[in-house]
Design a protein around this ligand. Sequence first.
Ligand code: ZN
Length: 487
Amino acid sequence: MLKRALLFVVILIGTLVVIAVAHTALTPRVSVAVVPLSQLPVDKQAVAERLAAAVRFSTISWEDPKAQPDSQLPQLIAFLRSSYPLVFSKLQQEEFPGLGLLLKWPGRDAQALPVLLAAHLDVVPVEPGTEAGWQHPPFSGDIADGYIWGRGTLDDKLVALSILEAAEAMLAQGLQPRQTLYFAFGGDEEIGGEQGAAHIAEHLRQQGVKLDYVLDEGLSITDGFIAGLKKPAALIGIGQKGYATFALSASGPGGHSSVPVDLNPLVLVSRAVARIDASKPQLTMPEPVRQMLAGIAPETPPAMRVALSNLWLSKPLVQAIFKSQPATRAMLQTVVSPTVFRSGEKDNIVPQQARAEINVRILPGDTVAAVRQRFVKAVDDPRVSIELVAGSTEPTPVSDSGSPGYRTLAGAIHSTYPDVVVAPGLVLALTDSRHYVDIAQNIYRFGPMRLRPEDLARIHGSNERISVEDYAAAVRFFATLMSAPAL
Ligand SMILES: [Zn+2]
């Protein structure tokens, strides 16, 4: 009996393996549309110097703007005006004083829906005490060793400037894009974009504008992040996680610690936090991640290719591998991070209040309301109140990776960076693009830059820099995208 059961299992596994291998062999590589590479001349040194000059304007978004020096956003915008005279004389423009800038370049095809290219001109501060760790001061805009150094070279001045460089070069040649283009540059993305991008989106909404797609920051070209993948991966974010913070609080009578009462809010809230932390959300396989794995599969070694092409069979295995690293685990899970705890003043006083905050990044398919329900169930204590803090946002709808816009974008990436594999992906953080959700058919998130694993720490960290070569490629990418024909 046992032998027959064993034989059955062996035959079953063998059959599944044969089906999986056949399925892998029959799955064609997703062909990337051919978009002709822009032949516009790019003067590497000149474009690098303009980005370096833009870096020298300190356009920091402070969490508490009153306590800090004014942002040099107006000076940066004045610099852009003088550096890109054709753009600012030929394009329609709308300035949102102190908040951002919107430019409109009418296209040749009046019937085609417009495209919005987004970027932000603000940067994050330098953490006090870390200045000495910079090889070149953060606002020096030094060009040295083949790199442009400083805050904003990766996040996100390079995108705004490379869009303007490409447009200026096209205008100089008398070229016009096919679709109408909007350039939307927010001035406060790093503190939520509630002034910049939100106002720009509202302005477009009032004019009844419907966008084909929005292209914003989010993912980029990464090399060495996915073990086994032979090529660098250019990932286009087709989905973005949601964001919410929940405040847990409790109160009690307090009193002297020598005669404690049962109702200690510090204990209640800490137990509630521990219960939420222990109730890990389940691992899933959201659509953007499924599409990412299918997209990179053809460029992986045979065993991995079989696994990634047959998630119907290998999903538990892939989930187990992803679970082992925080960065990949976050792609499969709504993640929960207790971040703030406040209670107590003195060691011999039982506190009357306790409050904790839990930050949650919500996977597409999950919702703020569902997270709240899970928290209430996990805490299971009516003495602890659970409130949603203002500023939450649902995960964005998943954008179409088969649309003409996506294919144009993928084609422009492929023409500019022929060595990469292009695939969809999921953005784990927040970007300004969420403000455009209701006026855009699709939102794609890709910044034209190459990042090695060690470069990740430069974004919002020390020694932010981009190579002169990579920056010239970014300009070429936007010139290619903006002059792309209809697909
Ligand atoms: Zn950014």
